[in-house]
Design a protein around this ligand. Structure first.
Ligand code: AMP
Ligand code: MG
Length: 310
């Protein structure tokens, strides 16, 4: 990370917003002629709609839902869906199952059933607690086989994947930042010519920041127990311990800084389930930086985190 240039000149900047994946997506683009920037920004936003149409558990017509409707059969899937499932299974393996994309039915049982676009609800397919080991991939044929009836949930990776695909469209601009509901990828410089400053929400004081990071060419993603809540007894928030199907309780928020948003997004969810000590050890092992704040507001950090604190 380079230091801010003191003689930096302000550059032209454009900010645009869209709603996708049940959240507000904001793209800030710096530098370049405006038509080129507008065209790239439109392509970047289009990825959010595309990933959502492919990977949503709440849309019965999504490619993911159609796959889940065919347990026991090898199903040929698109490169996008294959990539998301393959990555989610890899994180599941690496986290010893703390991260598990087969939590879809447990999520539905915890009350997370509503499609934010249509208001329609989707129930659970099975009453069992499956595991990521029930999903088999064949890279040679791009086929996915679900070994039993289950619902895949890619909610912890899809936003990160869309951010990374959007970033590819914007690469080459002087600078850009993509913010999808607090999950952020930033590259180059902001309009002041300085590195992007990314504030992390305090998990309990909603108008305060817990920390500010300065990054360029990196993603900063946060999983918080305040983000999506439910009145269900089994889970009052949206990050489940796959071994019990109940809400994970060791952390209030986990922020991960990583080279890609898909990685930061998934590893933040995994570390949330692991809790502070095991979560930090896991993030160190994965070679990324992280901050875990517990419900008692204790802070746990990876050793390299200080370098990013603005
Ligand atoms: P995030 O906000 O990135 O932490 O992701 C939370 C979302 O990931 C939830 O809304 C679920 O869709 C999904 N999810 C919940 N618990 C888990 C888990 N243990 N492993 C993988 N995905 C999960
Ligand atoms: Mg996540």
């Amino acid at each position: 990370m380079a230091a801010a240039a003191s003689d930096a000149q302000p550059s032209a900047a454009a900010t645009s917003h869209r709603v996708a994946m049940d959240t507000l997506v904001t793209i800030e683009a710096v530098g370049g002629p405006s038509e080129r920037t507008d065209e790239r920004t439109a392509k970047a936003f289009a990825w959010f709609a595309e990933v959502e149409a492919c990977c949503s558990r709440f849309d019965p017509a999504s490619e993911l839902s159609r796959l889940c409707d065919q347990p026991g059969t090898p199903v040929h899937v698109s490169p996008l869906l294959f990539r998301a499932i393959e990555f989610a299974l890899a994180v599941a393996e690496r986290s010893g199952g703390a991260f598990d994309p087969t939590v879809g039915d447990a999520m539905a049982r915890a009350g997370f059933t509503e499609n934010y676009q249509t208001g329609a609800t989707t129930g659970a397919r099975s009453a069992a607690l499956p595991s990521f080991r029930d999903v088999a991939l064949d890279p040679a044929t791009s086929e996915v086989t679900l070994g039993r009836s289950l619902t895949l949930d890619l909610g912890a990776v899809a936003k990160g994947l869309a951010i990374d695909l959007a970033a590819q469209e914007l690469r080459g601009l002087e600078g850009f930042a993509i913010n999808a509901g607090g999950d952020i990828y930033a590259e180059g410089r902001n309009h002041d010519g300085t590195p992007w400053a990314i504030g992390i929400r305090h998990p309990r004081e909603f108008d305060a920041l817990a920390e500010t990071f300065a990054v360029s060419g990196a993603a900063v993603c946060t999983s918080g127990d305040y983000e999506r809540t439910s009145s269900s007894e089994a889970a009052h928030h949206h990050i489940l311990d796959p071994s019990s199907g109940r809400a994970a309780s060791g952390a209030a928020s986990v922020t991960v800084i990583a080279p890609s948003a898909m990685l930061a997004d998934a590893l933040a969810t995994a570390a949330f389930v692991l809790g502070p000590e095991r979560g930090i050890a896991f993030l160190e092992e994965q070679g990324v930086e992280g901050l875990i704040i517990t419900p008692g507001l204790e802070r746990f950090e990876t050793t390299g985190l200080q370098e990013f604190i603005a």
